[in-house]
Design a protein around this ligand. Structure first.
Ligand code: F3S
Length: 387
């Protein structure tokens, strides 16, 4: 694997032991995956941030590192809001450990925006090379923006943030980004909600596995694409998809589709996922809400009071630029929390059934929170929360 002079100096320990170890990790990863070189990255997004998932061992490892990120980098959602954890009902012992994890990342120069939607905060453009780890963020970056990132593990993304490069293999190469299976959606999708796209991703992820799907028959906006990709990455291992006439590579790259397997999805297969189930909480914002999604929630809640806990998850940076909307949502009794989500926060484990508008949350809530999950449109979620 080709390394330049600066890389050789880092490997020789001239910039400290941590950077030498981190570069060794990137080189080892590159060798495993057949990379011939490293590629400079525009940004990193680092998973392994919730104490619920990394535990004491992870915290000790992070605390042993000593270097600074050299590119913009953010964290994945953590187990609690950094500011309002008491209000969310987080156990003080968990909070202390989570704060130690955050402090360890801060010392490493990782930005403390804890979000799976870094693309709302840091400009990310077509063709950018990235080292992102959260699966929905990876899917959005590759598919909706046309940037290039593999799905990095937490240590690989952290190493890339500290070195500013990542091994160039997989989805960093144009030839590995071609469609591998066609998905024909045979339904009238003109009125499909964000939740319908999440449900489509939930269903399709199981069918396509880790292949790159090429969808036809869809007309989604960016929030619907976000929901589709997040769910496909949860029930499958889809890190990139294309939508005919919509996503940037489907528009710019002349893909050869002949000979690919064709999977057909019918409307009824999606509608049957919308089962009615009594729930004791409602949680939206998976992936974290966009400004438009926040505005929709505020409009639907206007003049209403919640009768069940309603959680809205969003990046702090999006809260900061939408303060009036957030205030208006919270007047209903709903709570808008940054930095965390219904899957990574231990607080959600106290509920027995949770309603969501996300195919990804539908997939993860049962295992990660020990609760049953029901999917509905945002209108249905608000109706249940205020009913
Ligand atoms: Fe983001 Fe949590 Fe969903 S990390 S994609 S809100 S499971």
């Amino acid at each position: 694997m080709y390394l330049d002079q600066e890389d050789e100096r880092i490997l020789a320990g001239k910039q400290g032991e941590t950077k030498a170890k981190m570069l060794e990790l990137l080189v080892a990863l590159g060798k495993v995956f057949g990379a011939e070189r490293l590629v400079p990255i525009r940004s990193a997004q680092v998973s392994g941030a919730s104490y619920k998932t990394i535990g004491e061992y992870g915290l000790q490892w992070l605390s042993s590192l000593d270097a600074k990120a050299v590119v913009p980098a953010v964290l994945n959602p953590i187990g609690m809001p950094r500011e309002r954890w008491e209000e969310m009902g987080v156990d003080p012992d968990f909070a202390r450990k989570q704060q130690a994890v955050v402090a360890a990342y801060e010392r490493l120069g990782i930005g403390l925006e804890c979000t799976c939607t870094p693309y709302y905060l840091h400009e990310t453009s077509y063709g950018d090379h990235l080292a992102w780890s959260e699966s929905s963020a990876v899917s959005y970056a590759n598919s909706v923006i046309g940037a290039r990132t593999n799905r990095e593990g937490g240590p690989g993304a952290l190493a890339a943030a500290l070195i500013g490069k990542t091994p160039c293999y997989g989805l960093h190469h144009a030839e590995n980004r071609k469609p591998q299976v066609i998905v024909r959606v045979q339904a009238d999708t003109r009125d499909w909600s964000i939740a319908h796209y999440g449900a489509l991703g939930y269903h399709t992820g199981k069918l396509v596995g880790n292949r790159i799907p090429f969808f036809s028959g869809l007309n989604p906006d960016s929030d619907r694409l976000k929901a589709l990709g997040a769910a496909m990455a949860a029930t499958g291992a889809v890190a990139l998809y294309h939508v005919e006439g919509i996503t940037p590579e489907a528009l710019k790259v002349p893909f050869e589709l002949s000979g690919l397997e064709i999977i057909t999805v019918e409307s009824e297969e999606i509608e049957k996922l919308f089962k009615v189930l009594p729930v004791d909480a409602v949680a939206v914002g998976c992936p974290h809400c966009s400004p438009d999604e926040l505005a929709t929630i505020a409009r639907l809640l206007n003049g209403r009071i919640v009768t069940k806990p309603l959680y809205v998850f969003v990046a702090q940076g999006v809260i900061n630029t939408n303060l009036k909307t957030v205030d208006s949502i919270e007047k209903s009794g709903a709570r808008v929390f940054a930095d965390t989500c219904m899957v990574v926060s231990p607080v959600m484990e106290k509920y027995s059934a949770i309603m969501v508008n996300s195919g990804k949350a539908l997939a993860y809530v049962p295992d990660m929170c020990g609760a049953m999950a029901r999917i509905g449109t945002i209108e249905e979620c608000i109706a249940v929360a205020t009913g």
